[in-house]
Design a protein around this ligand. Structure first.
Ligand code: CP
Ligand code: NVA
Length: 307
């Protein structure tokens, strides 16, 4: 049976820890410029229906450094669901390539792609979730906090795909996860309910960011208007005005708090230039770790682990 990585919860708790260990190992190899090429002779198709900087660069660079060749397919190359059916392109790509990484709009499309592809499929973001991001975030938190137990993660902003991935992680690792968002911008109710029902983590939804961030290990935010909904930016800016992560909010969190953002950030919108540039900000370590965590994920799903 081939493995896919479509949700953080596709991995067991043990596999999450294994992936983090592997990420640390491949990061050390990368930093020492060691030649390590378990994907020599292999190719990966990278399908992008939405824009990307980090995801494209980190996957393409990472797969190349691991010996493989990654092919970038822009939104116009395939036109998933318009020019070509998902189940057709999934089978075609499987005849050429060893691995698929896809960033799509509809979550149903990545599920269908995984169903029809004969090779592993990695989710590089859908409207529903962003699992590679959250594993990289976890790796970054482990590096900075030197622990994964007793973490209070407070996400401030839109109850979006990033939040759904945190909730999937909370089904595997015990977290105190708080989503502080305006009314009307809540995370998916079914996802919240299923995460609470898993009984592993404490999940809170708040509409008071100042109270929510108190004692947080991590204060996390993301854009107020996601890709595909930028036309709502002005309306959302008004609704989210009290949810900006600024210096006052970071002060309310306490000295232990670190600031995270999946990027790209709109400075002086969901967060401020001062917070982005502050000592508490770990956003660039977070961005770097996308590559190391994803290298580990690719090694995990293909079974090409390190020796
Ligand atoms: N965080 C993230 O996925 O960035 P990109 O949209 O630039 O890939
Ligand atoms: N929530 C954002 C994440 C970007 C990496 C979006 O979907 O646009």
């Amino acid at each position: 049976m081939k493995r896919d990585f479509l949700h953080v919860s596709d991995l067991s708790k043990e596999e999450i820890h294994e992936t983090l260990d592997l990420a640390a190992e491949v990061k050390a190899r990368f930093k020492s410029r060691e030649t390590y090429q378990p994907f020599a002779g292999q190719t990966m198709a990278m399908i992008f229906a939405k824009p990307s900087a980090r995801t494209r660069i980190s996957f393409e660079t990472g797969f190349h450094r691991l010996g493989g060749h990654a092919i970038y397919l822009s939104p116009d190359d395939i036109s998933i669901g318009k020019r070509e059916a998902v189940k057709d392109i999934a089978r075609v790509i499987s005849r050429y390539n060893d691995l698929i990484m896809a960033r799509l709009f509809k979550h149903g499309h990545i599920l269908e792609m995984a169903q029809y592809a004969d090779v592993p499929v990695i989710n590089g973001l859908t409207d529903y979730n962003h699992p590679c991001q959250i594993l990289a975030d976890l790796f970054t938190i482990q590096e900075h906090k030197k622990r994964l137990n007793d973490l209070k993660i407070v996400y401030v902003g839109d109850g979006n795909n990033i939040v759904h991935s945190w909730l999937h992680l909370a089904r595997r690792l015990p977290l105190h996860f708080v989503c502080a968002c305006p009314e009307g911008y809540l995370p998916d109710e079914e996802t919240v309910t299923a995460t609470r029902a898993a009984g592993i983590s404490r999940i809170e939804i708040s509409h008071d960011p100042t109270a929510a961030v108190k004692g947080a290990d991590i204060v996390y935010t993301d854009v107020w208007a996601p890709m595909g909904q930028k036309h709502e930016a002005a309306e959302r800016a008004a609704r989210f005005a009290d949810f900006q992560v600024n210096s006052q909010l970071m002060a309310a969190a306490g000295d232990q708090a670190r600031f995270m953002h999946c990027l790209p950030a709109e400075r002086d919108v969901e967060t401020t230039d001062a917070v982005m540039e502050s000592e508490t900000s770990i956003v660039f370590d977070q961005a770097e770790n996308r590559m190391h965590a994803q290298n580990a994920i690719m090694l995990m799903v293909t079974g090409a682990r390190t020796s």
